[in-house]
Design a protein around this ligand. Structure first.
Ligand code: NDP
Length: 430
């Protein structure tokens, strides 16, 4: 490892020895200040995001504002890390929540501010310090976040952006001062990083891909479902882990719903990412577009039918596509991380559930029905970290966020995230 990177790890460790003593409420004040800076400069930071990964500028600004909202949630959060008394026969009988130390974040490019801050803010509030290995196309975002936190008054070393490629992650994670890792990204990267963490007995948290179902029944508000479904699939050019990727339609409304859905889909046209009116722009990298095109072709070779062709119009731009997929198509085992949706038809509730669960992932699903009994059936039986009823998935700082099955493990957001990178230390005796 380069000396400059090792030096940063040492700085993070030194910072930890002081930061862990700072009271929770003092940490919260700094988080509130950082939120204020983000909000006041959302256009400036939005431009950095768009320039790095092509997201439409209106979405980039909204991302920065959502970070501020999340940080205000933690700035006002109840301190659940205070020592807890336990009823027992002992004089000492309590649990302390002790921060672990330096935590590594390995973060992706699809939400360059949100993914980083969603992980870092609760970890820092719990008393840890952070080193970030951001996606290689997002070092500007990483540096901007570091500067916001410094400007807000966080001590040097509490959060540092390391400009390194992924090959260095192993050495960083193996370093003695690093005590855990949180990774958001592909299953491949997640598996490799978690295995290094495991071999070194270090805590890991994984937020990986998904292939969420969006299930629409005959008693749903079809207009609203069509709008929300298309937005969920195509915002951020389809590069969202919790995007609706498989639309499972009740066969009774196929003829009614599908035309509405297609009409809505066609409203998303490629534009200049820096224009505030643009709803769809290019993908983040040309190799990701190559991969999506290859998946589209493989899906067709395995029997998928074209509803709207996926048309490549430049290195990284597509006119969004829609395909009808039958059970058994191998593409259903993959994540389609771009503007390509899948339509599936279900005969009844049981079949809709079976299709929804028949994938390796378990991130978040969305069910559209007004029938309470049906809502409960899906709430109880869908295998995913989140179930939305009559709404598209959109994470909210107040609620836990995380996946099941191959979508990962561990919890981000909500008060629960405060306890991800702490050790529960038992104090007992007389
Ligand atoms: P990766 O998972 O490869 O990248 C995410 C982060 O992990 C980046 O910081 C990357 O660094 C790092 N990384 C990659 N490989 C390793 C490794 N072996 N060890 C340690 N760190 C690693 O995503 P891609 O950018 O290649 O996208 C590929 C696919 O991943 C997408 O098409 C999508 O399916 C999925 N993905 C899912 C995301 C989600 O939110 N669930 C987010 C991003 C991608 P570097 O940039 O230097 O390679």
């Amino acid at each position: 490892m380069e000396q400059s990177i090792e030096n940063k790890l040492i700085i993070a460790d030194k910072a930890f020895s002081e930061w862990k003593k700072v009271p929770f409420e003092e940490r919260q004040k700094l988080i509130a200040k950082a939120a204020e800076i983000l909000k006041a400069n959302s256009e400036k930071f939005g431009r950095i995001i768009t320039t790095e990964m092509n997201k439409p500028i209106s979405e980039s600004i909204a991302e920065v504002e959502k970070c501020a909202l999340m940080m205000n949630y933690y700035a006002d959060a109840e301190n659940i890390l205070k020592p807890e008394k336990v009823e027992s026969e002992f004089a000492y009988s309590e649990v302390h929540f002790v921060p672990k130390g330096v935590i590594l974040g390995v973060m992706p490019w699809n939400f360059p501010f949100w993914q980083v801050l969603r992980f870092a803010v609760p970890a820092i509030l719990a008393g840890n310090t952070i080193v970030l290995k951001h996606a290689s196309i997002c070092f500007g975002s990483g540096n901007a976040i570091e500067n916001v936190l410094l400007e807000a008054g966080f001590p040097e070393g509490v959060f540092q952006n390391l400009e390194v490629g992924h090959k260095v992650v192993k050495e960083i994670l193996e370093h003695d001062v690093v005590k855990g890792v949180s990774l958001t990204g592909s299953g491949k990267a997640g598996g490799e990083v978690a295995s290094i963490a495991g071999l070194n007995i270090k805590k890991s948290l994984l937020e990986l891909g998904g292939s969420d179902a969006f299930i629409i029944f005959d008693d749903a508000d079809q207009e609203e479902a069509a709008k929300a479904g298309v937005k969920s699939r195509l915002q951020n050019c389809g590069q969202t882990c919790t995007a609706a990727k498989r639309f499972i339609i009740d066969e009774k409304i196929e003829g009614d719903f599908l035309p509405k859905f297609i009409e809505e889909y066609k409203k998303y046209e490629i534009g200049d990412p820096l224009d505030k009116e643009t709803k769809l722009a290019g993908m983040a990298r040309a190799d990701l577009a190559d991969e999506l095109e290859a998946q589209f072709n493989r899906a067709l070779e395995n029997g998928a039918e074209i509803i709207i062709p996926l048309e490549r119009i430049s290195d990284n731009e597509f006119k969004p596509g829609l395909i009808r997929v039958q059970k058994g198509n191998p593409v259903l085992k993959e994540e389609l991380f771009g503007p390509l949706g899948m339509i599936m038809i279900a005969k009844n509730d049981e079949e809709a559930l079976e299709i929804a669960n028949d994938i390796p992932f378990g991130l978040s699903n969305s069910v559209w029905t007004k029938d309470k009994a049906r809502q409960l059936f899906f709430i109880e039986n869908l295998e995913s970290g989140t179930v939305n009823i009559n709404r598209m998935t959109s994470s909210d700082p107040r609620f836990p966020f995380g996946g099941s099955k191959a979508s990962g493990y561990g919890t981000e957001l909500s008060l629960i995230a405060l306890k991800e990178f702490v050790t529960s230390k038992t104090i007992v005796g007389n």
